[in-house]
Write a new protein. Structure first.
Length: 247
């Protein structure tokens, strides 16, 4: 098992240090710059555009963050590079630009979304980050993405994200069960678990923790939530407040 001690010790800002009033958008260069200034590690999301560009963006469509109705899989970077995030001066950044900004100054947790061709996303992502100097790990909800990394790049630290999926009304019950109970771990062999904070603690994470896996939660919105998770597990990704430093 690879060294994951840094995942325990780093304070990770969820999608950068964005603001609850939305003046500093999530997954923006402003949010990342502020996290850097405060010395926080950064959790961020990546998606793939039609032209193969890897962008730092959470959703499968542009509506919530830009007002544009299109899906990411249907647009090229040239189509969206001028769109404003939440009516601010920030635009949708490419992963290449974000990596050039961070330059290994703080650790990264990079979530690969599974909204389209995940194999192409994995391949393009690895090509972008292969020469990056700094601490980072990949993570994903999708076990197929972790399995791709286990088979093709076993040297890369990988994390399984999960929750109870209570709001995923279109997801089949058996799929929810298999994902929330971490049943795919025997195939994907993750190095850490990142579990929805509202569903913690639970027996599934307790079992993995006893086996020696790092278990963290997402995302704490107060010191009380942060403390609730870290009293039992290893860490919690946070947003909208500044947590007390970990010992």
């Amino acid at each position: 098992m690879r060294n994951t001690e840094w995942i325990k010790k780093t304070l990770f800002a969820h999608r950068g240090f964005h603001s609850e009033d939305k003046k500093i958008p999530e997954n923006s260069l402003s949010a990342f710059n502020l996290a850097l200034a405060k010395g926080y590690g950064i959790e961020l999301d990546i998606n793939l555009l039609k032209d193969g560009t890897v962008v730092v963006f959470h959703d499968k469509d542009l509506k919530r963050m830009t007002g544009d109705q299109r899906l990411l899989k249907d647009v090229d970077y040239g189509d969206i590079k001028g769109l404003s995030l939440l009516e601010t001066a920030d635009k949708i950044p490419t992963l290449k630009k974000v990596l050039a900004l961070i330059k290994g100054k703080v650790p990264l947790l990079i979530e690969l979304k599974h909204h389209g061709n995940y194999i192409r996303l994995c391949e393009n992502f690895v090509n972008l980050i292969k020469d990056y100097k700094g601490l980072w790990a990949m993570q994903s909800f999708h076990p197929a993405i972790l399995l791709w990394f286990r088979k093709n790049h076993p040297e890369i630290i990988r994390g399984q994200i999960a929750e109870y999926f209570l709001e995923e009304h279109d997801m089949k019950k058996i799929t929810k069960y298999l994902l929330k109970t971490l049943k795919f771990n025997f195939l994907t062999k993750p190095d850490f678990i990142n579990y929805g904070l509202r569903d913690l603690p639970n027996k599934y994470c307790d079992k993995q923790h006893r086996k020696g896996l790092v278990v963290i939660g997402y995302s704490a919105k107060s010191q009380a939530e942060f403390d609730r998770v870290t009293e039992r597990y290893d860490n919690a990704v946070f947003e909208f407040f500044e947590p007390k430093s970990r010992p």
